[in-house]
Ligand binder design. Structure first.
Ligand code: ADP
Length: 289
């Protein structure tokens, strides 16, 4: 799994090829019991050249992602679903902003899942989710997702245990159906620790332009940290599958988090071996007057 150190002159294709094994270390193997204490949220072992070079590398990766997304859109065959989960301040919004920076907005949609409306609550919990799954040629990013129904719903006891505990099975079956219908699914759990969250919450308090992001509700959530960890661990252990894997992304360092996610998405898109659709016949004889 040891990759050679990165030289500044190394091109992006070599980088992806080398990291192919590297980021795999963050994938949760199906059936493994995840203990988050064993996953270092400050890890940056797949890119040891620091923040500045890491950010420069991300710029190259976003160019690459832009090209692959255009191919996905042009070919119109495949669908990609990216699921983002993580505690408050873990960086879901930051990933969307930085990893997808420069990607054509026509081919990428973001679906953010908030507290369900009465209309949504009166249906099954996957109803509102299914409507946002990607069409051919599309990338859809879920900012929170159906996993809230085994996370916040569990921690806040919004439904009885017998109800939420059945949902892991439903979710696996739902995702299997999506995968069978041609959706590539990548799920990222943004892993930060309590100290890092404290700093990020404090930064929001200290900066008036970030006050809008601060909710005292986040502090109540923080008090339930251990219960949240238990819910995350069960989610990761029971719903990481070959067809819809979870990645536990070390996210204390934002730049590293972005690199890991970008690399993982690019390699999944490359694995689709896409091609531009064939051109109309006779194009070489066309003269534009
Ligand atoms: P975000 O924190 O994602 O930027 P908000 O501050 O509006 O956005 O938070 C959305 C809230 O909606 C979160 O507290 C989340 O737990 C909650 N939520 C999402 N899905 C559900 C659900 N199915 N049931 C209950 N609450 C949910």
């Amino acid at each position: 799994m040891d990759a050679p150190p990165l030289g500044g002159k190394q091109n992006i294709y070599d980088y992806i090829a080398e990291r192919r094994c590297g980021v795999e270390r963050y994938r949760v193997k199906p059936g493994v019991q995840v203990k988050l204490a064993e996953w270092d949220p400050s890890d940056y072992s797949e890119f040891d050249e620091g923040k500045k070079k890491g950010k420069a590398k991300l710029d190259e990766l976003t160019d690459q992602l832009e090209e692959l997304q255009e191919l996905l859109y042009a070919e119109g065959k495949h669908k990609l679903l990216v699921v983002l989960q993580g505690t408050d301040t873990a960086g879901k919004d930051g990933v969307i902003r930085h990893v997808f920076d420069g990607v054509n907005p026509q081919g990428v949609k973001v679906a953010s899942f908030k507290v369900p409306t009465p209309q949504e609550l009166s249906r099954d919990y996957l109803w509102r989710i299914h409507q946002h799954t990607p069409a051919r040629g599309e990338i859809v990013i879920f900012n929170r997702s159906h996993y809230e129904d085994v996370l916040v719903v569990r921690v806040h006891e919004l439904v009885p245990q017998e109800v939420w505990s059945r949902r892991y099975e439903h979710i696996n079956a739902f995702e299997k159906m999506l995968a069978d219908e041609g959706v590539t699914i990548l799920k990222f759990f943004l892993h930060i620790d309590m100290d890092e969250q404290k700093e990020r919450l404090q930064a929001r308090l200290d900066d008036p332009t970030k006050h809008w992001k601060f909710s005292t509700g986040d502090l109540a959530e923080r008090k339930r940290w251990d219960e949240c960890v238990a819910a995350y661990e069960e989610m990761l252990s029971r719903t990481s599958t070959d067809y819809a894997p979870w990645y536990v992304v070390p996210s204390n360092r934002k730049w590293y988090r972005n690199l890991v996610i970008s690399t993982t998405i690019i390699q999944a898109l490359e694995d689709l071996e896409m091609d531009f659709p064939p051109a109309e016949e006779g194009l070489d004889e066309v003269v534009i007057e």
